[in-house]
Ligand binder design. Structure first.
Ligand code: PBG
Length: 327
């Protein structure tokens, strides 16, 4: 005789709903946007079907749609008009990101605006900081880079960002940015730290989207080795100590163990970034008819929530908010 029959609770849709442990809601989603300098730009990103770089004058319909879908936040990346070795267009108050922040705050003040803080989109060499003199070494100088990251963060806070999100993986970046924000009178602006950011092949399509591929070398001297889980906890610990308000694990799908371990040990809101390659894989397989896009995307998102993420940055944000509503 079989005493335990878990299938009893899977019999009807209502029973399944009652025993469901994890839910995904539009409240959990953050939509990334690529904002290009210039005007009249809607430039589709080949490796991210359904996504395009938009100039600030083209943002309104996108922002209205995101707000109508009850998605609470956007994450902004900039594609600047000019690049130089230090990424100075990253802290230009007339650059695409500060302009977009002001435009979004005028149009939809209820929307939380998060500005990514890194210089790889703004440097001529595509690395996430200032390079050592030795040509071609690709060695990013940590401490001089902190100064420029802090400048970028203050520029975005000045423009009205609610949250800044340092993603350069420089040591001490959270403390440097906190100090600079406070000194500039932005004590209310929060820091979402890309605490555990891995040197991942899954960022491939983003580098096309943000035009930020390193011109030489790679990011393995500052982003984390995908083999290291304990080191991720150390990175989180340091960022918490430096004053991070929220922490992030990135990418998400291949790092569910890291999300789960961070969730168990820390009490700050935890964000996971379902990155461009995770999106592209599902999109490509769906286009070939090999996977059902809606079901695969929602399953990937619920898995990230189940692992322990409170919020998910995802290129599926708008689609997912629609799909959840129609379930
Ligand atoms: C910038 C940055 C990257 C991503 C977010 N911020 C790229 C990188 O480190 O190369 C990746 C996001 C994605 O793949 O969706 N430092």
């Amino acid at each position: 005789m079989i005493i335990n029959r878990p299938r009893r609770l899977r019999r009807t849709p209502a029973l399944r709903r009652m025993v469901r442990e994890t839910v995904l809601s539009a409240d959990d989603l953050i939509a990334p946007l690529f904002v290009a300098a210039g005007s009249g730009i809607v430039r589709p990103i080949r490796s991210m079907p359904g996504y395009a770089q938009l100039s600030v004058d083209q943002l309104d319909p996108e922002i209205n749609e995101i707000a109508e879908l009850q998605i609470p936040a956007v994450l902004l990346f900039g594609i600047p008009a000019y690049k130089d070795p230090t990424g100075s267009s990253g802290w230009d108050p007339e650059g695409p990101v500060p302009q977009a922040i002001r435009a979004i705050k005028r149009l939809a003040p209820q929307l939380t605006v998060i500005a990514d803080v890194c210089v790889c989109e703004y440097t001529s060499h595509g690395h996430c900081g200032i390079l050592a003199e030795t040509p071609g070494s690709g060695d990013v100088l940590n401490d001089p880079t902190l100064e420029i990251l802090a400048r970028c963060a203050v520029t975005y806070a000045d423009a009205g960002a609610d949250i800044v999100a340092p993603s350069a993986m420089m040591d001490g970046q959270v403390a440097a940015i906190r100090t600079a924000l406070d000194a500039a009178g932005h004590t209310h602006v929060a820091i979402l730290s890309y605490a555990a950011k891995f040197a991942s092949a899954f960022y491939g399509p983003f580098r096309e989207a943000a035009e930020s591929a390193p011109a030489f070398g790679d990011r393995r001297a500052y982003q984390m080795d995908p083999a290291n889980g304990r080191e991720a906890l150390r990175e989180v610990e340091l960022d918490v100590a430096e004053g991070a308000d929220m922490i992030m694990v990135k990418p998400a799908g291949a790092y569910l163990d890291v999300i789960s371990a961070v969730r168990q040990r820390y009490h700050l809101p935890l964000v996971a970034y379902q990155v461009s390659g995770e999106y592209a894989m599902i999109k490509a397989a769906a286009q070939l008819g090999w996977l059902d896009e809606c079901r695969t995307a929602l399953e990937s998102l619920i898995a990230i929530r189940r692992a322990g993420a409170d919020m998910i940055i995802t290129y599926f944000a708008k689609d997912a908010a629609r799909w959840i509503g129609s379930e």
